[in-house]
Design a protein around this ligand. Structure first.
Ligand SMILES: CC(C)(COP(=O)(O)OP(=O)(O)OC[C@H]1O[C@@H](n2cnc3c(N)ncnc32)[C@H](O)[C@@H]1OP(=O)(O)O)[C@@H](O)C(=O)NCCC(=O)NCCS
Length: 169
């Protein structure tokens, strides 16, 4: 178990293969079992991962990817979790702000996040970061039917998941 801490010093770095075990431990404590299984498969392909470290320990992680659509790059965040011992210390906000900076630097404006329906904490967190829920209908209106179809197939969404969206200024 991690120590109980009050004001942790958080550092953000790129993830690597050595982080997999810690990431999967956090998944087990944060998601339903099926998601940990999917994460384990997904991590084998070395997706882009950023890590929040506290005292040299992995306290949180965020996995994202870039999707290319009509020569335009879009950002997709599909895993984000903080170890239960480190929650409510701003770790998820730091990870979000770090990936948003990265996306901006990379010229990415359209960013999407998959969230399970009923995940109120996730919704609050993403709203705080400027994201809002985009229904499939609004999605089609904004991006067109064809692009919406392509994007949804790239998101690999389960029926109980929804999309949050932000246009980075
Ligand atoms: C959602 C999650 C990543 C938040 O991590 P965290 O490091 O504790 O979040 P932060 O401390 O950065 O909190 C940021 C904001 O999120 C919201 N939030 C976080 N935890 C919350 C809670 N328990 N209740 C209500 N709002 C909460 C708040 O708006 C908070 O801002 P505030 O502290 O100023 O009120 C974490 O609870 C978690 O891993 N949950 C399980 C996995 C998950 O749901 N991931 C997100 C969807 S993929």
């Amino acid at each position: 178990m991690h120590e109980n801490i009050h004001a942790p010093v958080i550092s953000i770095r790129l993830g690597n293969k050595e982080d997999r075990k810690s990431i999967l431990d956090i998944c087990r404590l944060s998601f339903r079992r099926v998601y940990t299984f999917i994460a384990a498969q997904n991590l084998k392909s070395n997706p882009h991962t950023i890590i929040a470290e506290v005292d040299g320990k992995v306290a949180g992680f965020l996995v994202s990817k870039t999707i290319l659509l009509k020569n335009q790059k879009l950002g997709y965040i599909f895993w984000l979790a903080t170890h239960p011992d480190y929650r409510r210390h701003g770790i998820a906000l730091r990870l979000m702000s770090s990936i948003i900076d990265e996306f901006r630097t990379d010229g990415i404006r359209n960013v999407f996040i998959a969230v399970e329906r009923g995940n109120k904490i996730g919704e609050d967190l993403f709203s705080k970061c400027g994201f809002y829920r985009m229904s499939r209908k609004d999605f089609r209106k904004r991006f067109g039917i064809w692009s919406a179809w392509i994007l949804y197939s790239r998101f690999l969404l389960a029926p109980h998941e929804m999309i949050f969206y932000n246009y980075l200024k």
